[in-house]
Design a protein around this ligand. Sequence first.
Ligand code: IFM
Length: 452
Amino acid sequence: MSFAVPADSPVRDNRFIWGVATAAFQIEGAIHADGRVDSIWDTFCAEPGRVLNGDNGEPACDHYHRWEQDLDLLSELGVDAYRFSIAWPRIMRAPGEVNEAGLAFYERLVDGLIDRGIRPVATLYHWDLPQYLEDHGGWLNRETAYEFARYAQVVVERLGNKVTHWATLNEPLCSSFLSYEVGVHAPGYREPAWAYQAAHHLLLAHGLAMPVMRAAAPESQHGIVLNFTPAYAADDRPETQRAVQDAEVKDVHWFIAPLMQGEYPAGWFERFPEWRPIIMPGDMDLIRQPMDFVGVNFYTRHLVTDDGAGGVKHLPQPDAEHTHIGWEVYPEALTRTLVTLHRSYQNLPPLIITENGMAGDDHVVDGQVNDAQRVSYLERHITAVGEAMRQGVNIRGYFAWSLMDNFEWAFGYSQRFGLVYVDYETQERIVKRSGQMLKEWMKEPRLELASA
Ligand code: IFM
């Protein structure tokens, strides 16, 4: 492993954290246990044709019942931190109606992590909006943002400073554009203007929750988790350059620009006035608040050209390396993304790689899973993170996605992203070769840091 923490890196203060990540709906199962109410993903899964093979949130990894065993797995992997999400539908049965059993579950989880010396890193919203809110308009209804802040207050007041890093949202790009424009995520609409309104309300939810969270957990770090997919030009025609810029407006800058600068990317709504959302006075100031970190989720890049009608077209790369889900492997784009963020936003807080990983066609052979492509993928991407640090980007941690195989949204259980293999029939877990390797790699920079 060629990753080494550069001598002048800000992480030499010993705060670089290594971890793995999951999300509630993808691993917990137990969708009717202890007073959990339906989320939009339960509804979406029940609609024919939405999710591959008609898969749903049961049994997933049955983590809700096997959480202690899974925390032991984290200890076995030797991680510093575990990033998980809290299920809103387990906490709030209805507006104002707190479900004690749901809170108690996450309290046990957090205490179990602390007992094992693992830092809890929690995300409050990883796409599982309670269905009762969707019934009143979901993220198209401004009131949902206020409801999110009330839910955040309930959770953060209970778990407080025990959670070292609190993130408001995971990948709002997906819960707006994939959910309201492309239609492949719950609630499954195909209305571009709705996507921009949902995106604005998601950002508003973040802005309303941040001060509440800071007050309830003053010693924790507070931020947001965004996904970034940089665009590369397929050729050097001016139309292609325009398409690349447009692609990056959405896939790189749409959320980070208002968070850092209090403005959506310049000129967009002048070109596309039909997509302009309703923005109330004061919203952008609420959205632009100091954060302690920004989480970066990175998987792939897009190769882009224009579509001949002023839009963006993604081109396939048949000769390139791909993962089982069909995403190109292009580690250099991670370095480029991190450096772009660093150079574009002067007030950027420290970054944490909160997700990075790949889906593999993994199989158990003689009791072992030799996921060689994932070993190589992770090694190359961790090296790409090291390169960004060498170029001056302040990066404080790296979380692999995912601790274990799980429910991959519209792909159901067909895509395995885990460092740990899950047999969904027996719920047996087997640490893959990648999990064993990550354990080794994590020791290397730690040693270097300790000697700093
Ligand atoms: O599984 C998802 C996760 O929920 C959010 N980020 C991307 C992962 C892989 O698609």
